[in-house]
Design a protein around this ligand. Structure first.
Ligand SMILES: Nc1ncnc2c1ncn2[C@@H]1O[C@H](COP(=O)(O)OP(=O)(O)OP(=O)(O)O)[C@@H](O)[C@H]1O
Ligand SMILES: [Mg+2]
Length: 334
């Protein structure tokens, strides 16, 4: 059983990412290469067995590219991914397939993630067959067990249904069931509730959190909504223009944000009290930068209210440790 295996090795990192870059080449018609979109640009972090982390950032900062690179769907341009002590970037085809079967992927759009012509039984059978589980009885037991796990219960009511016969929340539960049916060590959930009705978002997030804890799964939760991370993750990494600009345990990040961008994100969390509407004034003006020609020095400097002239626009900040388990890439803390 995977959980037992995880407990045995709980003192080690499950995943270690160092200096990871994923760049997309952009070609101009008739004029050759236009450059590279640096969607992920030199990221490093570790993830322990059973740990949940959140990656937060605004649209286009490279979150999904990072997710897909970890999942082996994009080939990294540079850097290393080490999973259970083995380097993945340089792995052979067979090892890559084994690696992928250790990961579960929960996409943003549940309907788009499910083949419309397959019923629930076929959707859940497919990964089992691909991964060599040939015994029909075992497959049936696993399918029923996982449907109970994601609360699509009783299973008989759902097995013959096609995706269009399920509500958005039920579709996302099915995507989660498919992601965990092979008992992976790590789930990557990329904005898992952003396309769902507000009424079912909390339910689906709670389900993910419960499954993560019951099965001792590691989880990378990707979101642009900082308001949900308190409930979801032990650490938070803030991403801006392809870089991780602040990393901290969740309580420290939410109560003591250091980077001006993180402070703006926290100030922008909607507050239902109209008396607090002034906090919105702290959000810095301007658009997220182009990843094709990112700003020199600190990528946030054109929008930063605290920019240090002569430094921030010229030199990229290093990672400074500001508190235990809290680091920030910002010259203000040099
Ligand atoms: N396959 C690709 N080819 C070229 N450019 C790409 C590709 N995939 C992503 N990009 C570019 O990389 C950048 C980061 O995209 P990504 O989808 O990772 O952002 P994101 O943070 O997930 O955004 P969102 O919150 O809107 O989902 C964008 O500029 C995007 O246009
Ligand atoms: Mg995305």
């Amino acid at each position: 059983m995977l959980a037992a295996r995880l407990n045995e090795t709980s003192n080690k990192d499950l995943l270690s990412v160092s200096d990871l870059c994923t760049w997309f080449e952009l070609r101009k018609w008739g004029f050759g290469r236009a450059g590279f979109v640096r969607a992920v640009d030199g990221l490093s972090f570790d993830l322990s067995y059973g740990e949940a982390i959140a990656i937060v950032g605004e649209s286009g900062c490279g979150k999904s590219t990072l997710a897909k690179t970890i999942l082996g769907l994009h080939h990294p341009t540079k850097g290393e991914i080490i999973f259970e002590g083995k380097p993945i970037s340089a792995a052979r085809m067979r090892q890559r397939q084994d690696y992928r079967s250790c990961l579960g992927y929960v996409q943003q759009d549940p309907y788009g993630a499910l083949a419309p012509f397959m019923n629930v039984r076929r959707i859940l059978t497919e990964p089992l067959v691909i991964n060599g589980i040939s015994d029909r009885g075992e497959r049936e037991n696993r399918i029923r067990e996982v449907l109970e796990d994601v609360k699509l219960s009783p299973p008989d009511e759902f097995l013959g249904k096609f995706p269009h016969m399920l509500s958005g929340g039920q579709q996302q539960r099915l995507v989660i069931a498919r992601a965990i049916i092979l008992r992976p060590g790590l789930i990557v959930a990329d904005e898992p509730v952003s396309m769902l009705d507000a009424s079912v978002r909390v339910e689906v997030l709670e389900l993910l959190r419960q499954l993560q804890q019951i099965h001792s799964l590691s989880l990378i939760y990707i979101t642009h909504d900082l308001a949900t991370v308190r409930f979801f993750s032990e650490r938070v990494f803030v991403m801006y223009a392809g870089k991780l600009i602040e990393k901290a345990v969740t309580s420290s990040l939410l109560s003591n944000p250091y980077h001006p961008y993180t402070r703006a994100l926290i100030a922008a969390i909607s507050d239902p009290d109209p008396a607090n509407v002034d906090t919105f004034k702290e959000v810095p003006p301007g658009e997220p930068p182009s990843l094709l020609n990112p700003p020199s020095g600190c990528r946030f400097h054109p929008r930063c209210p605290s920019m240090i002239s002569g430094l921030c626009e010229q030199e990229e900040p290093s990672e400074f440790t500001v508190r235990p388990s809290h680091s920030v890439m910002c010259w203000l803390y040099r």
